[in-house]
Write a new protein. Structure first.
Length: 447
């Protein structure tokens, strides 16, 4: 310990990486560790550093981007990310200060304000800081994939804190349950303008009344939904929220509901599937939600009629490309970048992943993993992903500009007001959506 502290003092640094002779990191020692594990614990300075360091530090390889490090910090609430070569040997360290020295609002400041918030009022300010930091990142040229992941990671932290604060008034000790995220939140693809899509899954203890337990969860969920609304996540107009009895179900009830959609796939059932099958756990017993996802993938096996209806619904929405003009626009001269853009990729990725048994919920990972399972050309897959990200980026830029102008953000743009390059890339991106839909048509023909 003494050697470590003397080294930190002489070098003027606030952290050390501990590695073996093979230069593979085994731990990190920071000033926080010094206070918590040395000073307060009265640890002798002759103690080996291994007893005071934080083990299993987070690492990224050198080819990762700075925003991969930023996303890791947002997700795990850490300040340092170790950088290694392909063999796992330490080559450097990236700190929160390195990444956010130019930001008006720091990541650590936001995470501290979220994790340390004792009421919704404090979280309201944190939510505003998240949006401001996201705007700054967009202005600095951060890509759509990294930015939507970053927004989702910090929104997850906000949601978890709202959930935790409300647990102070509701007791579910001894009950297995999880808060679920659906839709864009479930896919980790949130933008600046997003409402709530959530639910609850629970496993009642043996002998317990499912209905009585559900009423307790509904009362709790109503408090959470209201507080999330106060933090800038509007109540869902379609009432897809945990406070809705249809979205607060036991494991067996969720299975029964999913089974009914799969066995009788009418228009309403297909619409529900496109929302609810994009779920992931946001808080609670993650294994409960993962078990439900595993069951769903098995239940979809050999369900040709369901997938046929799902494909037909996806193909009903064609890319807005014209025969005589570049775009097919509305009477107002606009196209919807969500419904006529990103949704084309989201729907196709959902079908490909569920058909191939892929458990991922994000569009990018679904496309990549399904492509491997279905032996789809990697170059085609990356072209679809690049097109999806470009349209997402246009959405984010449009929402930002509308917000700056004091307008309510939406997904409508006039494509003919884009610069020449963006307009041409948008055309090619929509052509990629058309090619992806042809893949669905091929699946339809194969049955």
């Amino acid at each position: 310990m003494r050697t470590a502290l003397e080294t930190m003092s002489q070098a003027g640094v606030g952290s050390l990486v501990i590695a073996g002779e093979d230069r593979k990191a085994v731990g990190v020692f920071t000033r926080t560790d010094l206070l918590d594990r040395v000073v307060l614990a009265d640890l002798p300075l002759a103690t080996p550093i291994g007893q005071a360091m934080s083990q299993n530090p987070f690492m990224l390889e050198e080819h990762a981007t700075a925003y991969d490090a930023m996303f890791a910090m947002a997700t795990h609430g850490i300040r340092h990310v170790l950088v290694t070569d392909a063999e796992g040997k330490l080559t450097g360290v990236v700190s929160e200060r390195d990444l956010f020295s130019l930001q008006r609002v720091g990541l650590r400041q936001i995470r501290q304000s979220i994790d340390g918030a004792h009421n919704v009022e404090a979280l309201q300010q944190a939510a505003a800081d998240v949006r401001q930091l996201s705007f700054n990142m967009l202005a600095q040229g951060v890509g759509a994939e990294q930015l939507t992941q970053f927004i989702s990671a910090l929104n997850d932290a906000l949601t978890r804190r709202v959930i935790q604060l409300n647990l102070e008034n509701h007791n579910f000790d001894g009950i297995e349950w999880a808060w679920l995220a659906f839709g864009s939140e479930g896919r980790d693809e949130q933008t600046f303008s997003t409402d709530q899509d959530n639910g609850i899954v629970f496993a009642p203890p043996e002998g317990a009344s499912i209905e009585a337990l559900k009423q307790r969860f509904l009362a709790y969920a109503l408090d959470v939904n209201k507080d999330l609304d106060r933090c800038g996540f509007p109540l869902c107009k379609g009432n897809i929220m945990a406070s809705n009895p249809d979205c607060c179900l036991s494991v067996s009830e969720w299975k029964k509901r999913f089974s009914s959609w799969i066995s009788s796939p009418g228009p309403d059932e297909i619409l529900n599937a496109t929302i609810f099958f994009d779920f992931r756990p946001a808080f609670g017993d993650f294994k409960l939600a993962e078990t439900l996802k595993d069951w769903l993938l098995k239940a979809l096996d050999d369900q040709g009629r369901f997938f046929l209806n799902l494909i037909n619904e996806a193909l009903n929405r064609a890319p807005p490309l014209g025969m005589f003009r570049d775009f097919v626009v509305s009477q107002e001269g606009k196209i919807d970048l969500k419904l006529s853009g990103v949704t084309l990729f989201v729907d196709a990725a959902r079908i490909l992943s569920l058909r191939s048994g892929v458990g991922a919920s994000g569009t990018t990972e679904r496309l990549r993993q399904a492509a491997v399972a279905m032996r789809i050309n990697a170059a085609d897959t990356e072209a679809w992903i690049d097109a999806f990200h470009f349209i997402q980026l246009l959405r984010l830029q449009n929402q930002y500009q509308q917000g700056e102008a004091g307008q309510v953000p939406n997904n409508l743009i006039d494509p003919y007001k884009l610069n020449d390059l963006d307009r041409k890339v948008l055309i090619e991106s929509l052509r990629q959506a058309k090619r992806l839909q042809k893949r669905l048509e091929l699946m339809k023909g194969q049955g």
